[in-house]
Design a protein. Structure first.
Lengths: 131, 131
């Protein structure tokens, strides 16, 4: 079998694969305090708990991991943060009840006034002050 | 549906997921030179090309990402490197011909004498001097 035939026959659905998400630690500065964005989970698992914003890679919408994190943050805040940087990747068998999972985590910064009007209409997000 | 029912019904095979590998930049020091381990690919795609050692997460054998990288390096060198640290994660739609892919990349260090006897019997690996 040559490479072309191998690729034509390759179906990644035939192999086990972990859950892969991209999450963000989005910081802002407001009222003399550094704050981080949290989102209340609307779906199972861990429904109702506060989590970092993020989600699954979309193979059709995203070309890069940065596309995923900026798309997810835009969905939540209405704007694309001007600064995004990869922090670290966390993975393991027991960190998600759905199975072996990996999350690529980014830090990001946004000016509070850039997203203030969008965010004040949303009830399931909160800026947690960093003490 | 409660969380227990959600988890019982959850099948991650129903969702698209990228290829996920863990790769290593394994350094050693020999003959007054810093060197990095390369492995000649024995399978498609990119068969015959030199690559960083690594491979897919095994959901049954690995509990953490570090388990994957140390298992893969032990397969190649016969020993577990004493020092392993996460470097960065690279991902995107076009970096692997098989599809959207993510690799969590580690750096590692090993003493050359620790793996010398194992490695000299293997024809498809090479220590590339860093100029």
């Amino acid at each position: 079998m040559n490479e072309k035939e191998f690729l034509a026959a390759y179906d990644k659905g035939n192999f086990e694969a972990p859950l892969v998400t991209v999450d963000a630690v989005l910081f802002t500065y407001q009222d003399s305090q550094l704050k981080v964005l949290l989102v209340e989970r609307s779906n199972h698992p861990e429904q109702g708990k506060w989590a970092l914003p993020g989600g699954f890679i979309s193979e059709s919408e995203d070309k890069t991991l940065e596309d995923t994190v900026t798309r997810k943050l835009k969905e939540k805040t209405g704007v694309v943060p001007p600064y995004v940087e990869q922090l670290a990747t966390f993975g393991g068998a027991s960190r998600d009840q759905r199975g072996w999972s990996v999350t690529i985590c980014y830090t990001a910064l946004i000016a509070h006034q850039a997203c203030e009007s969008e965010l004040e209409t949303i009830s399931d997000i909160a800026w947690l002050p960093i003490e």
